[in-house]
Design a protein around this ligand. Structure first.
Ligand code: CA
Ligand code: CA
Length: 132
């Protein structure tokens, strides 16, 4: 017999001063979640709504994508999965300075994404927790 499972995705915004990607990753893991992965327009809207609810989307919010392993090839670090849905702002990702390998939502891009340096200090980051 197949069991029905209820999956609940809970997004938590962490307002952290000087949050770098590595710090954000660690903090999300510490609490049993991971940096938010965004695999659809719907999920993107959910993350944007979460930021808008308690934060300021005109600032940078770190999400869990990276192309650190291979330039231009984004993976969601929490899922260890290739990012197929992409929602970059116009002109992004530009890998500015040859060293932008992490992702943020917000700032001038609104609910779209920008590639940022992994040591960039964002306004905060978005952790996702999945309860089964
Ligand atoms: Ca890059
Ligand atoms: Ca960029």
């Amino acid at each position: 017999m197949k069991m029905m499972t209820l999956k609940c995705l809970c997004l938590v915004l962490c307002l952290a001063l000087f949050a770098t990607d590595a710090y954000a990753y660690q903090q999300c893991r510490l609490f049993g979640g991971h940096l938010a992965s965004i695999e659809s327009e719907e999920e993107n809207a959910r993350v944007a709504a979460a930021i808008n609810a308690v934060g300021d989307i005109t600032k940078d919010w770190i999400i869990g994508g990276s192309d650190l392993g291979r330039e231009g090839n984004y993976i969601w670090v929490g899922l260890n999965k290739k990012a197929t849905y992409l929602n970059f702002n116009a002109g992004e990702p530009n890998n500015n300075g040859g060293s932008e390998n992490c992702l943020a939502m917000g700032s001038a891009a609104g609910s779209k994404w920008n590639d940022i340096p992994c040591n960039y200090k964002g306004a905060g980051f978005v952790c996702a927790f999945i309860y089964l």
